[in-house]
Design a protein around this ligand. Structure first.
Ligand SMILES: [Mg+2]
Length: 419
């Protein structure tokens, strides 16, 4: 079983945490340069503001409905994301950060009877620790977990949790889901599927393998198998055959000092980057783990492994170290006798074949595109890449006219309580 935990309306939810007066109000967050809508509160959705709408096209809607508009505050969202991920990492030994506001949790080996209870506990704890509302979908494969999350959001909004615990529940969810909304089915494929009478995810599970292979290729067949409940996508450590670069060592002695473990992880990351640099490839995925010594029976045992999907494929040692340390900060806990750690790179793409398809994303994939653009701009200089609609006038300065304070990372912006 896997769980997919996804923050609801993440950016607007972050804004709400620090301005309780925004509760129940329509809020939108705009992309860089205050270009288009990239996050909407439920209330903003209800008054008909579309995802991706250019800000200047909805000025009237904003005025008549008194919509609260924010520039994107990535420092705040990044920090809140780290808090969510850190809280999640306490629940399972293995997780994968899939995007800034989503993570897969590996539920294998946990008592099956308690999964629903666990899902509720996760949702409640994230709410308590961070103020961010999340939905949790639990199902036998990653693709189904992604669907279960969406189903929770649509059909079990109040509970915020859905566990596809048996075939009947899996089927109920499959029948409800349009093929267009299946994780991994793009626009092109959903058109082909519909033209051939496959309208729901359930229909797709009934498609003959040969047909799927012919029209959706091998990747499509894997996806269909996932929908059938046959696991085809694991977290990285379950696919030993997959090519990867790993640097992992015992520390030689017990380490209890966080800075020393951190130093080791940085070095392992640098060593992975060095190994990668020889092969004209970029990595899209990184895993970090830390563990105690299972042979020291007198020690409290701890193992945590985390996968981080890199927003942009990279071979840069700086990036690799930075993301490895991000993962490290999430999985590390004080109070254990650490014995071993490691960093592993995987999911390689040829360096010259990286696609920067800014508009491939179907609606919410936009966030990822923006992250990619940010990454590029960070490494190549501000505004090297930007979205055409932003225009070129005044491009020397980034507009962020409605930026909220950096509540969590800048001392002067920390919230004060009146007394
Ligand atoms: Mg989300």
């Amino acid at each position: 079983m896997y769980a997919l935990v996804d923050c609801n309306n993440f950016y607007t939810s972050c804004e709400k945490v620090f301005s309780p007066a925004l509760e129940k109000k329509p809020i939108v967050v705009l992309s860089n340069n205050d270009g288009c809508v990239i996050s909407r509160s439920e209330e903003a959705k209800q008054i008909g503001i579309r995802m991706g709408a250019p800000a200047h096209m909805i000025e009237d809607l904003i005025k008549t409905n008194q919509v609260n508009v924010f520039s994107s505050n990535y420092t705040l969202y990044g920090d809140m994301s780290d808090r969510v991920m850190k809280t999640l990492s306490a629940f399972v030994p293995r997780m994968e950060i899939y995007s800034i506001d989503e993570a897969f949790l590996d539920m294998h080996g946990l008592p099956q009877g308690d999964l629903l209870k666990l899902a509720f506990t996760i949702r409640r704890t994230i709410g308590q620790n961070t103020g961010i509302p999340v939905c949790v979908g639990v199902a036998p494969t990653k693709t189904l977990a992604k669907m279960a999350n969406r189903y929770a959001k649509k059909m079990h909004r109040e509970a915020g949790v859905f566990w596809a615990a048996n075939q009947r529940l899996v089927e109920e969810m499959l029948r409800y889901t349009d093929v267009r909304d299946v994780w991994g089915i793009g626009h092109q494929h959903s058109r082909i599927l519909k033209a051939n009478g496959f309208n729901t995810a359930f229909d797709l599970t009934r498609a003959p393998d040969d047909w799927v292979r012919q029209h959706l290729a091998v990747v499509g067949l894997r996806l269909v198998n996932e929908l059938r409940g046959i696991q085809a996508l694991g977290l990285e450590e379950e696919q030993p055959a997959k090519k990867n670069i790993c640097t992992s060592r015992s520390f030689g002695k017990i380490i209890t000092d966080k800075n020393l473990v951190k130093e080791a992880i940085s070095n392992y990351a640098a060593s992975c980057a060095a190994k990668l640099s020889g092969q004209q490839e970029l990595a899209k995925q990184l895993r970090v783990f830390v563990q105690t010594n299972p042979f020291r029976a007198q020690d409290l045992q701890y193992f945590r492994s985390i996968i981080v999907q890199l927003p942009l494929a990279t071979a840069s040692a700086l990036d690799i170290i930075r993301y490895a340390l991000k993962g490290f900060e999430i999985v590390y806990r004080d109070g254990f006798n650490y014995h071993k750690g490691g960093v592993e790179l995987s999911d390689f793409v040829p360096a010259d074949a990286v696609q920067l398809n800014l508009f491939a994303g179907e609606n919410k994939k936009q966030q990822k595109a923006m992250a990619a653009v940010e990454g590029l701009n960070k490494s190549l200089g501000k505004e090297t890449v930007k979205v055409g609609i932003q225009g070129f006038a005044k491009s020397y300065k980034m507009r962020a006219g409605m930026l909220s304070p950096k509540y969590t990372t800048k001392l002067a912006d920390v919230i004060t309580i009146k007394h």
